[in-house]
Design a protein around this ligand. Structure first.
Ligand code: SAH
Length: 524
């Protein structure tokens, strides 16, 4: 039925998984990238929505845990209307669309209306909890049967939705939407014959860096969850398999689990830092303090590029510099050969990588990735007196490198190839996390990120700006650490190797000896 096509549009009922975009299927990412409108629910994370691109219309139709929100019929009509208007509609739901997600009702409405649809599964919360709390839902030794159960009664149905007698005979039982009903759920299960000592767990925010797990015998679980302050979204797992968690828990033991880290570098560069931090278990909030922008006036750049052959050295102190250099060369119809015999110096691995993208391998890369070390390395590579050097840098570049080269007798031309501008504001998510005192680390990969982040923080969305008490600051190198010092702040971690990887390493070093408990489990 769903495929009869009297309509150009299409609705994709799509499961977003339990939260982080990394849990989305490849099919899900593909449909999101093609969407013209995304109609989404409450538990969908911004980073998943972002895969649809900034220009795509996004309509929020979430319901609160109490069920308040747009009427289901209104949502069905919206899907039908948009598809009939010829749009590619993604109906995005947390977890899986067909597990307590009303995907079935929506598909039925589309089928009846003759609107084509697809259904793309997502990782349902029970599977995320199983994997990330270390609780296999089935296991040859303990559990051959599994039930997924709603912990909330449908108020419009008179008869009992859950057959408790039958449930008491199922080995593993997972309750969705049951946090507030937990006392009732455990009482009914025990009355139906389940042993009060059965191992049980509540897993909140499963599969996310803020996951929390509480384990207790069934009869004691409600009190244990209340004491731990567990709040939705959470689910309850009842069964012998919960015991396996003792051996199998791994997610909460990741070295940066429980740490919230803000990244302040420009959006197009934050992945290099965000990905390894997330793999180590951290919650990462991207809050770019600066944006890299093209110049308004290219006269100086064009002049330098046309005379490129006259330089003995071209020096790059950032990947951004390389990219801006290459883009302008392309604009002027120049290619790599325009460099002629000039030697090329690069400050560190990210710059080297950007150069490699232009088929250029630098002649000099210092052992320590600072501009100071770069100047020294160039000096060691040969006599600089009388040479002509082009520094392809940002409008905010500092003076020491220029000075060092000039003192060595070189004729230095320092040309800004791109602008560093302050971001318009910090994202609400970052300000909220700071306000709630949830932030453990802020990383700075340049002095301009420090200056601009602090200025944006002071502007703090017009409200009382959140402070930085209790927040650890991490700097990519001594220059950035010194900038922090000038603001009266101390870096708790400074990278030895001045790269994203070095910065992650420095945070790890600072976190580990602090003796943060390896075991986050709150066993009762
Ligand atoms: N379609 C979703 C379920 C929606 S019902 C899915 O397949 O996962 C909402 C309930 O799902 C919540 O009340 C909670 O019980 C559960 N849930 C959703 N995300 C969760 C998460 N990350 N951790 C634990 N439970 C979650």
């Amino acid at each position: 039925m769903g495929q009869r096509s009297d309509c150009d549009g299409l609705v994709v009922l799509l499961g977003a998984g339990p939260g982080p975009a990394t849990w989305l299927t490849l099919a899900g990412a593909k449909w999101l990238s093609r969407a013209e409108v995304v109609i989404y629910d409450r538990l969908v994370r911004p980073e998943v929505l972002a895969l649809a691109g900034p220009a795509v219309e996004k309509i929020y139709v979430g319901k609160t845990p109490g069920g308040a929100g747009p009427d289901q019929r209104w949502i069905n009509d919206l899907l039908i209307r948009r598809a009939r208007a010829g749009q590619q509609v993604v109906r995005l739901k947390g977890g899986d669309p067909l597990v307590f997600g009303r995907g079935g009702e929506e598909a039925e409405a589309l089928a009846e209306a003759g609107v084509p649809y697809r259904i793309v599964p997502g990782i349902t919360a029970a599977l995320a909890a199983a994997a990330c709390a270390g609780i296999p839902l089935t296991d040859r030794r303990y559990a051959s049967t599994l039930a997924l159960v709603t912990g909330r009664q449908d108020p419009t149905r008179d008869e009992e939705a859950v057959n408790w007698q039958a449930l008491a005979g199922i080995d593993t039982v997972v309750f969705y939407m049951g946090v507030s009903n937990l006392p009732e759920i455990t009482r009914r299960l025990i009355e139906a014959g389940r042993d009060p000592q059965t191992p049980a767990a509540v897993v909140a925010l499963a599969g996310t860096p803020r996951q929390r797990t509480v384990t207790a015998p069934l009869a004691e679980l409600p009190a244990a969850a209340r004491r731990a302050g567990i709040a939705p979204p959470a689910l309850t797992i009842v069964g012998e398999v919960v015991c396996l968690r003792e051996k199998l828990a791994w997610f909460e033991h990741l070295p940066l689990f429980g740490q919230t880290v803000i990244i302040t570098r420009p959006a197009h560069q934050s992945a290099e830092l965000a990905a390894p931090l997330r793999e180590l278990g951290a919650e990462v909030i991207e809050a770019p303090a600066i944006e890299i922008r093209p110049l308004e006036d290219f006269a100086a750049v064009d002049e330098a590029l046309r005379r490129l052959k006259e330089f003995d050295w071209v020096v790059f102190t950032s990947a951004n510099g390389v990219e801006a250099f290459a883009a302008r060369c392309r604009h002027l119809g120049l290619d790599g050969r325009a460099l002629g015999a000039a030697r090329v110096a690069a400050v560190g691995p990210a710059t080297v990588k950007a150069l490699a993208g232009c088929f250029i391998s630098p002649d000099v890369v210092p052992e320590k990735f600072t501009t100071q070390a770069l100047g020294q390395a160039m000096k060691s590579a040969g006599e600089l007196a009388g040479t002509r050097i082009l520094l392809a840098r940002s409008d905010l570049a500092t003076q020491p490198l220029r000075q060092l080269l000039a003192e060595a007798g070189a004729e230095v031309q320092d040309v800004a190839f791109y602008r560093t501008a302050r971001a318009a504001q910090l994202p609400e998510e970052a300000l909220a996390a700071l306000g709630e005192k949830r932030v453990d680390w802020i990383t700075f990969t340049s002095s301009s990120a420090v200056d601009n982040f602090l200025a944006l923080l002071a502007a703090g969305a017009g409200k009382a700006a959140p402070g930085l008490q209790g927040v650890h600051l991490a700097a990519i190198g001594p220059v950035t650490a010194e900038t922090l010092r000038r603001h009266g702040l101390t870096a708790a971690a400074v990278a030895d190797e001045h790269t994203a990887a070095g910065l992650v390493e420095a945070i790890l070093r600072a976190v580990r000896p602090a003796g943060t408990s390896d075991r986050q489990d709150q066993r009762e």
